[in-house]
Design a protein around this ligand. Structure first.
Ligand code: ATP
Ligand code: MN
Ligand code: MN
Length: 292
């Protein structure tokens, strides 16, 4: 297990408090990423990855950064084409040192693309970002996620679930071989719309209605070139230092909340974990079925 000291990335202002509600310091954030590195790194390696930086702590100004940062020495960058056609250098952390250097630069959250930098036109997964509106209970979120899983399974697609560390969950289906975005995007939209049509009192698939009380917005918009979703085991810049935690499906109900795993609980979970909760991911060979 990598330790900050071994990684030789110097953490300046190690005593700076990043999560005031728990007194969690910058050094503890670095130690967290060092401790979970083996599980965390595969989720970002090879992918353009935006970071949410909060240099003065999570309560102060935070900002998303996708492009290279002056002064970084250990973080690879990749030239990627922007929607405008211009090219720009994107962050692509692919080593423990790179991750820790980004932490040194104030990063708390890591948000990889759904595609690899060497093949940006193809998605390696389709993700359904379930965003509960006000007054949605955990039981409802769990039922919603299971409904998405069931619809996907009915189309022959195996899926996995992750607590976001925020309010909702991500249901993620690997695509192997990777699939072009112009097929993935309409597929995800089609699934979201058909779920909303089937359960109109539970799901919303239109962004303008995303805050409806009692409803879950199925945010299918994460499925396009350049869109991101939070990496498994990433910290969130939210109260209590919650972590985006991949689960086995049978763990979802008893998790109780999307923010159920904070930094220290997550480290304990990983330390005693025998197998990855998304075991089998690498062996999945599946593609999108045509939608009627
Ligand atoms: P929650 O469960 O609270 O919704 P979440 O991570 O799913 O947490 P969303 O707001 O639903 O948060 O966003 C989904 C994903 O979209 C995020 O994980 C992130 O990768 C990406 N995203 C959202 N807002 C931004 C932004 N301003 N800049 C870049 N990426 C963003
Ligand atoms: Mn969400
Ligand atoms: Mn969303």
């Amino acid at each position: 297990m990598a330790r900050t000291e071994d990684a030789k990335v110097r953490i300046t202002h190690p005593e700076r408090v990043i999560y005031p509600e728990k007194g969690i310091t910058k050094q503890q954030v670095a130690d967290y990423y060092a401790a979970v590195m083996d599980a965390f790194l595969p989720g970002v390696t090879g992918r353009p990855t935006s970071v949410l930086r909060c240099p003065e702590g999570r309560g102060s100004a935070c900002f998303f950064q996708k492009h290279e940062i002056a002064g970084l020495k250990r973080v690879a960058t990749v030239p990627m084409e922007e929607v405008s056609g211009a090219r720009d250098e994107y962050l692509c952390p692919d080593s423990p040192d790179a991750v820790l250097e980004l932490v040194q630069f104030g990063s708390l959250e890591f948000h990889p693309w759904g595609a690899l930098a060497r093949d940006p036109g193809h998605a390696t997964f389709v993700v359904f970002d379930l965003d509960p509106g006000p007054n949605v209970t955990w039981t409802d979120v769990v039922a919603g996620a299971r409904a998405v899983r069931k619809v996907l399974a009915g189309m022959g697609l195996m899926s996995f679930v992750r607590l976001t560390g925020g309010k909702g969950v991500h249901v993620v289906a690997p695509l192997c071989p990777p699939c072009p975005w112009d097929a993935v995007k309409p597929f995800a939209q089609g699934i979201a719309r058909s779920l909303a049509a089937q359960w109109p009192d539970r799901f919303v698939a239109v962004a303008s209605k995303r805050e409806r009380a009692g409803m879950i917005f199925i945010d299918y918009l994460r499925n396009s070139r350049g869109a991101t979703s939070v990496a498994s085991y990433s910290l969130r810049a939210r109260e209590g230092a919650p972590v985006a935690m991949p689960l086995r499906w049978d763990e979802l109900g008893r998790a109780g909340a999307a923010s159920a795993f904070d930094m220290s609980k997550s480290m304990r979970r990983l330390a005693r974990q025998r197998s990855h909760p998304w075991e089998g991911w690498d062996d999945v060979r599946q593609g999108l079925p045509p939608i009627a």
